[in-house]
Design a protein around this ligand. Sequence first.
Ligand code: CA
Length: 226
Amino acid sequence: MQRILIVEDEPDLARGLQFNLEARGFGVLLAADGEDGFRKAVQDRPDLVLLDVMLPGRDGYDVCRALRKAAPHLPIVMLTAKGQEEDIVLGLKLGADDYVRKPFGVAELVARIETVLRRAAAASGLPERLEFGRVAIDFVRHEARKDGRPLDLTPKEFEILRYFAARRGTVVSRDALLNEVWGYTSAPNTRTVDTHLVKLRQKVEPTPHAPRHLLTVHGIGYKFVG
Ligand code: CA
């Protein structure tokens, strides 16, 4: 799941954004002031930050400037209430990837977010899409299809497939998968990896007991063949 950190001091707006973004499959983190926003952006490693300009204490420009140093590749979309050209120019100069003027429509905001995420994905080398066998996946939109019909994948399954997609044909160890996909937030073991792979094969493989795409490499881990 792609996670978005919303740094916004107006509770109603923050909650509305959270509701709409979660409805579109994003995970949402909230911060109500600049200090908390900066801390969460660095510690919780979201995929994108929605950063209000007018915040109590440390304002959005200050946070943007600091984040560019602390997390150079973290995508930032500024929310500006003023809508004045100089504010937008300043935000972009400080390293924001895009801006949205308040009041904005949710559709416009989501389109901006997806564009920035696609750009970031392209820059990071992570694939935006993956096609293999009868399966087609759009990682930015979090949509998967099999034989043209919607395929229900969990957020973790999207992450696993994206990790494999970036490493087609190479052997991936269970430990590498654990570190990169599960990270340090939980404490699963390598059996967790195997359990997820079994379920994933049932969803994407034509014959799950004789996989053609998610192959076991005995004693090491897995290899994805597209
Ligand atoms: Ca504000």
